[in-house]
Unconditional design. Structure first.
Length: 117
């Protein structure tokens, strides 16, 4: 069992940056791939970014277009999502997940990101 807690969300203006964190506890964090997803009420959950357990590979949703960077620090049991050049349409609840990509078994509760235009 892995428990995930996201933080770092909040209110930002268009063009700003935010860094989301995903703190893990429980089983060994480095055993799992990590993904970030987002969801807007009434819409499907959307894949944002993923990183392999050894940080050897990163992959991103098509909409990211170089604005976001995923990373992880296994020594700190924490994953990160650096979001730059935020847009109003990035407003969503952001979730981190852990597991064997693409089957993420463990999910956090989410952190709200609101970007004003």
């Amino acid at each position: 069992q892995v428990q995930l807690v996201e933080s770092g969300g909040g209110l930002a203006q268009a063009g700003d940056s935010l860094r989301l964190s995903c703190a893990a506890s429980g089983r060994t964090f480095s055993d799992y791939d990590v993904g970030w997803f987002r969801q807007v009420p009434g819409k499907e959950r959307e894949f944002v970014a993923g990183i392999t357990r050894d940080s050897g590979r990163e992959y991103y949703g098509a909409f990211v277009k170089g604005r976001f960077t995923i990373s992880r620090d296994n020594a700190k049991n924490t994953g990160y999502l650096q979001m730059n050049s935020l847009k109003h349409e990035d407003t969503a609840v952001y979730y981190c997940a852990a597991g064997a990509s693409p089957d993420y078994r463990y999910w956090g509760q989410g952190t709200q990101v609101t970007v004003s235009s």
